[in-house]
Design a protein around this ligand. Structure first.
Ligand SMILES: [Zn+2]
Length: 164
């Protein structure tokens, strides 16, 4: 269904989103499982919309000084996480984007250099019910996310064949 969508970067990351601790379901502390896929990229690298969409959650603090935004793309919600503060340029809820349009940048984590050994990344989460805009975070379940959280990997495998 999303096979004609595009990848969120101009080039694929060197490390696969299916390896290391980057994959959906990878173990995290206290029994939690990773709720998305990590695309390792340098801080400040531009992130592109994977499909036409509309902003449903504006830039919000996420992790170690990085932020996230959530777009509705067709039937899915996609959370672009660990992005740079201010990189959405104040885009408001209802803001419309086209597939392949720049929407934000990879965030610089507090305490790390842009080119340092700590990999910066796009942490990408995907949800099945695009029209359900209730909070994505949850205190229940291994992912600590809304129940319809899903593995983005099969989609990324398709999108990487179509770079923006
Ligand atoms: Zn992640």
């Amino acid at each position: 269904m999303s096979s004609d969508w595009c990848f969120p970067f101009k080039t694929p990351p060197e490390a696969s989103w299916r390896g290391g601790s980057r994959y959906f379901g990878a173990p995290r502390s206290k029994g939690r499982k990773h709720g998305g896929c990590d695309l390792i990229k340098p801080a400040y690298e531009t992130i592109y919309a994977v499909h036409d969409g509309v902003l449903v959650h504006e830039e919000t603090l996420f992790y170690l000084g990085t932020y996230y935004v959530t777009y509705q793309h067709g039937p899915y919600l996609i959370r672009y996480g660990e992005i740079q503060k201010g990189s959405t340029k104040g885009a408001k809820r209802g803001h419309k984007v086209k597939k392949g349009q720049p929407i934000c940048k990879v965030g610089l984590m507090n305490g790390y250099k842009a080119s340092g050994p700590r990999g910066h990344m796009l942490h990408l989460e995907m949800y099945a019910k695009g029209s359900d805009h209730t909070p994505l975070r949850s205190n229940k379940g291994p992912y600590m996310r809304r129940k319809d959280v899903m593995d983005p990997a099969p989609h990324l495998d398709e999108w990487v064949k179509n770079l923006p």
